[in-house]
Design a protein around this ligand. Structure first.
Ligand code: DGJ
Length: 603
């Protein structure tokens, strides 16, 4: 419908504003007008789906002044109609601060529905209006989703300072309050009482010393994911994610505990602009109604001098890789979700299996658009491989289906060659806890690696030595459009990891001591730890080059490595750095065709 005509009809009262559906896409970072033509004013917000409509709540601001919490409604997530203020400032400022008078600061409103009480509950970060020293929450309640919300209380949860905050409503009806605390140093998680109006006493302090803000929590299967930002006021920074299988249990920083810049946690953004979260800060993760595992990352592109004029960065979020991953789109619509999960994780590696290789950090597939291997978005250039068992357990020949040629390590470079009886065409798949594999060539030990640890499309895939600092993890995915009945791995369950840990032990035990590597050589080569676990002693009975690896038993990752030469019979001592996380490790020494191992526990 012509816009002018619509406005004319509207003026004549002939058209309901909800019907003015003229947007059919989302353009992150651009001004987003509501159905009346005004810029949407709902910052740091959240969205709830109720009875056929989405309701968007957020900070309503004029410049930096807080006007309350606004509410917009949409049936399609593109076209939003303003319903007004869900929480309106009222009353006068009181000494005890238990008010929402005009002039107070109200940030990051989050709303959930309480099935037990039939009420809608809103939690908001509350400040006195002058500074951020109060660090309280304001809790309000309503009978209708859109409000009006009435103030219940303003307080510090369990006496703790609470700044950026969010709510998460679990599938069992338990609600949680998640907030930055201890001057934004840690994150606290508390279940809410049955009425959702105050927290239980139990506090789970997580992400200790990480200085995370802007928490946004969601759940896939049994996995809880948390998105966060760093702490740089209104300026954007690199986002991070963590995950847990129990809201009140331990939250983990993700497979790459340290990012390349030394910061904790893994970045959930994977495209150019990722180091500043595409110029945004997380506000919420919105599950799209009726679409399994499809989420929208809701971020704010803040303008500190005109917070009310800040823009929104909404992008599709996928957990296909097992981890949250957000790509950049200049413009997108809901059809992005149609094929988001076309490729699914295989449940088991089977001889003759067709598989695509998905790289862990980028959520992109190994592809060959030109001559060399690169990581690419789903499309024509993705390579479909066929895995052929060899006589060695866990070791496969990897055929490229399109050409019938085999992945080969030629002097440490990847080539595709006709089939040969050569170890250069044999690849051991070393399982990792999260179901990814390190893919190691049998002849030279080189592993499939990601150039520069990049995640953007076009990043090269090449061969390098095994390393804890290079991305070398690939999982097998099948095309669900071609293989309708194939079983998908249950990768969002806690038991998936437990089972993988068990399989890894099995693999380590089986592969140690075969294929020319003799294990029982204690008279010629041995390794042990001394002085607590501070030194490694290695004995070799004759001259040669040795490689000593400290391998994480859980992941197969090399945490520490030394190389040394023996000129004859000798015992050498190496200091063992005490910086490794607690856990079970295997010390492995390899010298010519000999190997010695020793299991150790770092406490
Ligand atoms: C960052 C927070 O995430 C925002 O909600 C806001 O509180 C700003 N800090 C204020 O500097």
């Amino acid at each position: 419908m012509n816009k002018k005509l619509i406005y004319l009809y509207m003026a004549l009262g002939l058209v309901a504003t909800d019907c003015m559906a003229d947007r059919n896409s989302i353009t992150p970072g651009e001004t987003w007008n509501d159905t009346s033509g005004s810029a949407i004013n709902a910052h740091g917000g959240c969205v709830q789906y109720w009875d056929g409509y989405y309701y968007w709540f957020g900070e309503d601001r004029t410049k930096t002044v807080c006007n309350g919490v606004s509410c917009y409604r949409s049936a399609d997530l593109y076209n939003w109609t303003r319903l007004g203020l869900a929480l309106t400032p009222s009353g006068t400022m009181t000494d005890d601060g238990k008010d929402i008078a005009k002039g107070r600061t109200l940030e990051r409103p989050k709303v959930i529905y309480n099935e037990r009480t039939g009420k809608w509950v809103m939690w908001v970060h509350w400040e006195n209006g002058d500074d951020y020293s109060e660090a309280k929450v304001c809790v309000a309640e309503a009978d209708q989703v859109e409000g009006p919300y009435e103030l219940v209380d303003v307080f510090r949860p369990n006496g703790c300072d609470s700044r950026d905050q969010t709510l998460f409503l679990d599938t069992d009806g338990t609600a949680y309050h998640i907030y930055s605390t201890s001057m934004n140093t840690n994150t606290n998680i508390s279940p809410l009482k049955e009425d959702y109006l105050s927290p239980e006493e139990e506090i789970n302090t997580q992400m200790v010393s990480q200085k995370y803000e802007a928490a946004a929590v969601f759940k896939t299967g049994e996995t809880y994911y948390g998105l966060f930002s760093g702490c740089t006021s209104w300026d954007p920074n690199k986002g991070r994610f963590t995950y847990a299988y129990d809201m009140m249990g331990d939250w983990t920083y993700g497979r790459d505990f340290k990012d390349s810049d030394g910061s904790n946690g893994s970045n959930f953004c994977v495209d150019s602009g990722k180091d500043y979260s595409y110029q945004s800060q997380s506000a919420y993760v919105l599950p799209v109604e009726g679409r399994e595992r499809c989420y929208i990352y809701m971020g704010d592109r803040w303008n500190s001098s005109n917070v009310g004029g800040s823009k929104y960065v909404w992008l599709p979020l996928s957990v296909r890789s097992g981890y949250p991953s957000v790509r950049w789109y200049d413009e997108w619509d809901m059809s992005v979700f149609d094929s988001m999960y076309r490729y699914k994780r295989v449940a088991q590696v089977v001889d003759g299996e067709e598989a695509y290789l998905l790289e862990r950090k980028s959520n992109r597939l190994v592809s060959r658009p030109k001559t060399t291997l690169t990581l690419q978005d789903d499309g024509e250039s993705n390579l479909c491989f066929v895995l052929h068992e060899t006589e060695r357990p866990y070791t496969y020949k990897i055929e490229e289906k399109g050409t019938g040629t085999f992945m080969t390590s030629v002097y440490g470079s990847i080539r595709f060659q006709t089939e040969a009886e050569s170890e250069a065409q044999m690849w051991t798949l070393w399982l990792e806890e999260d179901g990814y594999y390190r893919i190691e060539n049998l002849s030279d030990g080189k592993c499939l690696s990601v150039s520069g640890n990049e995640t953007i499309a076009g990043t090269s895939v090449y061969l390098n030595d095994q390393s804890s600092s290079i991305h070398q993890s690939f999982a097998l995915y099948f095309d669900s459009e071609a293989h309708l009945d194939e079983e998908e791995a249950d990768l969002y369950s806690a038991s998936y990891r437990e089972e993988n840990l068990r399989r890894m032990e099995e693999q380590e035990a089986l592969l140690t001591g075969i294929a020319g590597v003799r294990q029982d050589v204690t008279d010629q080569l041995w390794v042990r730890v001394t002085k607590g676990v501070t030194e490694v002693e290695v004995y070799a009975s004759e001259a040669g080059e040795a490689r000593i690896d400290l391998v994480e038993a859980g992941t197969g990752r090399v945490a520490w490595r030394r190389r040394a030469a023996w000129s004859g019979e000798e015992t050498k001592v190496f200091p063992l750095p005490q910086t490794h996380p607690k856990g079970v490790y295997v010390l492995r020494v390899r010298m010519a065709d000999r190997q010695a191992t020793k299991k150790i526990v770092m406490k």
